[in-house]
Design a protein. Structure first.
Length: 318
């Protein structure tokens, strides 16, 4: 490619492929039309002289290291780099003990967005985010708290691999959980899977050796790979045969007869022998409407189906 090349991608183009302009050192400018929805992994990596980048808000998916080693990226300030409504990456060295609140209005978190951010302690993702990309927050080994907002729909492959969280609540809005999504979260003890989940892929919760309680709120059985949970015990580690599964009472029989759910050591209806109360209607605190919080302690004005803290008690709303 000649030095000083600037490209206007033709209208009607819907995606920029992986490695499309990889190592095109002569490229100095790129303008994408509003028809483009996604930019592939390494699409512009190594375009060292690329400084002028015009990306429309129609782009909602950005692959791994798409703009790595470009002048445009080098010119961005340290910290979170947003490309319109996409959280693209963290740039620079992250301070120890960092907590991140992803800004409301963000629609996706790019693949590998926080790659190598070992000082990240906690992250809150709002419901405006629809897609959490591959390895977006994976391998951030210091993370002990993750809050996922109602509205998220897709959790990508390896999205949260290797975190130190003890409790995860997956919102009712989530439709699919990618393979290895929470793989190797060794300290995870309690898992709540929302009512809207339709697909759980291979080893999504594998090697979560302290996981003992799983709450699945879906009344319709999600399509689930056979080895989503640990199948075998190693020493005193937890595995599916000594975990307890809680499911809606009306779906109890189908969970008990369908793999891998039927492999749980104990399967119970939600509300049975647990500290979770089941409520059809919200309690009244005597002074008006019930006081409702999510499991992260945030006030919820219009709760949907799920598990909440209601007037100080852990409850499931059906």
């Amino acid at each position: 490619m000649p030095e000083g090349t600037s490209i206007n991608v033709k209208n009607g183009t819907v995606s920029i492929a992986d490695y499309a302009f990889y190592d095109c050192e002569g490229l100095t400018g790129i303008k994408l039309p509003n028809s483009v929805k996604s930019i592939g992994s390494y699409a512009f990596k190594g375009c060292y002289n690329l400084a002028d980048v015009d990306i429309p808000s129609s782009v909602t998916s950005i692959g791994w290291h798409a703009f790595e080693n470009t002048l445009w990226y080098e010119n961005q300030p340290d910290g979170i780099v947003y490309i319109n409504n996409v959280l693209y990456s963290w740039k620079g060295e992250m301070p120890e003990g960092t907590s991140i609140n992803v800004k409301n209005g963000t629609v996706s978190i790019a693949d590998n967005a926080f790659d190598g951010c070992y000082n990240l302690k906690s992250i809150t993702i709002p419901g405006s985010v629809k897609v959490i990309g591959k390895s977006a927050i994976g391998y951030c080994y210091s993370i002990s708290n993750v809050t996922l907002g109602e509205g998220i729909e897709i959790i990508g492959e390896d999205a949260f691999t290797g975190l130190r969280v003890r409790d995860i609540v997956i919102p009712n809005s989530v439709k699919s959980i990618g393979k290895y999504a929470f793989y190797g979260c060794y300290e995870l003890e309690s898992l709540t899977i929302g009512a809207g989940v339709e697909l759980i892929e291979k080893r999504a919760f594998y090697e979560c050796y302290n996981l003992s309680e799983v709450y699945c709120l879906a009344t319709t059985l999600p399509a689930t790979h056979d080895d989503v949970f640990n199948k075998y015990a190693y020493g005193n580690d937890k595995y599916i045969g000594n975990m307890t599964l809680y499911v809606p009472a009306e779906a109890l029989d189908i969970y008990k007869s369908t793999a891998p759910w039927c492999d749980f050591g104990t399967i119970k209806a939600l509300g049975e022998d647990t500290a979770i109360e089941e409520v059809e209607e919200l309690y009244n605190d005597g002074e008006g409407a019930s006081v409702v919080y999510d499991l992260s302690g945030r006030r919820v004005e219009n709760p949907t189906k799920g598990i909440y803290i209601i007037n100080g008690k852990k409850c499931i709303i059906r």
